[in-house]
Design a protein around this ligand. Structure first.
Ligand code: SF4
Length: 403
């Protein structure tokens, strides 16, 4: 579905952000710490740089085959007693998930950019479900009624004093603005704790999927995804088709490179999920739904990805690992955060807006905000050439190509 957004409101938003001193302060702190963490992680594990070159080759070989890999993954997931689906459009994905969920359900969600892309939480809420974001940053954003400002750190722009005020309001207990951040984290933990165990459905994304075994690799630090995908009786995963790679070995390499360039030497948790929970402990009879979910559903979303894969200079956008590193190098992002972009931020966001979201006005706004300085390319583990894509996109926009 083609969309149009309003350039004037984009301009107002981005100019407002650029003059927001608190935002700049929050970002400058985050950028400093991110750069130093990545430097440390790469110095400690120098093989990551070489592994990133391998990952680029894996992505180059996988993207043209993503449809075939999705079918292979679905066959394997179904052998493992799960269910797999290909959704051609965002609407199709929403319908599949709504059918699986029903109404008046309690849903706990892990952070998923693909979910953000299709407006999943809002859709399920409109269907009469009670939905909780369980990633702390997403939880803050949900309760503020705001939108994410970074792909890994959605609440990067919210200072602790605002979090304290928000939590005091929704949790009915006073949290002083000068409280320790640990107290705020503990309050969120307590608030969400029973939701995991009362939930009917747990929803997640995945960082990468191995087609040969149908295994989702999910990287996290908070432990919320482990609970959201482990405690409820049903686990639904929504995954962009570009996340598929052929083998478990490939998927591991993509994961390691992703977390290193996302500023972690090692994340606290990497979950590998290939099917519903099962046991054969009583008379060797395989029975599904032991301590984990008894149902496992994976929806692979095309949503414009196979179309994007056909554009010679733009297809590289599909190699993105969502490590978030480029955002910390981008001079525009440094003063505007996620106001520079839409669902996907900074220069690469223009390509997603044009081809995946089909919002040409938004794509043009982002493409002409981008300075094409190329700092993002230097940081990117898979060497995505954003300036090249932006120049190509501007050309297509000028030619009136509806992409
Ligand atoms: S474009 Fe590259 S640096 Fe930016 S998020 Fe994607 S993989 Fe990471």
């Amino acid at each position: 579905m083609k969309k149009t957004s309003d350039f004037k409101s984009y301009k107002k938003e981005i100019m407002g952000a650029a003059h927001d001193d608190r935002l700049r302060l929050a970002l400058s702190r985050a950028i400093k710490s991110f750069r130093s963490n990545v430097k440390n992680a790469l110095e400690k594990f120098p093989h990551t740089v070489e592994m990133a070159e391998e990952v680029l080759k894996i992505k180059e070989a996988s993207i043209p085959r993503m449809e075939e890999l999705a079918r292979q993954a679905i066959a394997t997931i179904e052998e493992n007693n799960g269910r797999g689906y290909i959704a051609r459009t965002a609407d199709e994905a929403l319908e599949i998930i709504a059918d699986l969920t029903g109404t008046k359900k309690l849903v706990v969600k892990g952070k998923t950019m693909t979910g953000e892309e299709i407006g999943l939480r809002e859709y399920l809420e409109d269907k009469g479900n009670e939905v909780y974001e369980t990633d702390l940053g997403e939880f803050i954003i949900q309760k503020m009624g705001s939108r994410p400002m970074h792909i890994l750190s959605p609440s990067i722009h919210v200072p602790r004093e605002d979090v304290a005020r928000l939590f005091s309001k929704i949790m009915g207990q006073e949290i002083a603005p000068d409280s320790d951040i640990a107290d705020m984290v503990a309050a969120a933990r307590e608030y969400l704790r029973d939701k995991f165990f009362r939930a009917d459905i747990g929803i997640s994304g995945a960082n990468v999927v191995a087609a040969e075994t149908g295994t989702l690799f999910i990287i996290e630090n908070e432990g919320n995804i482990r609970l959201a995908t482990g405690a409820p009786p049903v686990h639904i995963a929504l995954v962009g088709m570009e996340k598929l790679v052929p083998s478990l070995g490939d998927a591991y390499k993509v994961s390691e490179v992703t977390w290193r360039y996302a500023n972690y030497t090692i994340p606290s948790y990497v979950s590998l999920v290939s099917g519903p929970s099962k046991t054969g402990d009583i008379e060797k009879v395989t029975t599904y739904g032991a301590h984990g979910p008894r149902e496992f559903h994976v929806i692979f979303l095309d949503g414009g990805r196979t179309r994007l894969a056909k554009y010679p200079r733009l297809a590289q956008a599909l190699y993105c690992l969502r490590c978030g590193g480029c955002l910390y190098e981008c001079p525009v992002f440094a003063v505007t955060a996620g106001h520079f972009g839409d669902k996907y931020f900074a220069g690469i966001g223009a390509v997603w807006a044009a081809i995946v979201d089909e919002d040409m006005e938004k794509a043009a706004s982002i493409a002409y905000t981008c300075l094409t300085c190329g700092r993002c390319r230097e940081r990117c583990p898979v060497k995505i050439d954003v300036p090249e894509m932006i120049i190509e996109l501007r050309k297509l926009l000028a030619e009136g190509d509806s992409a």
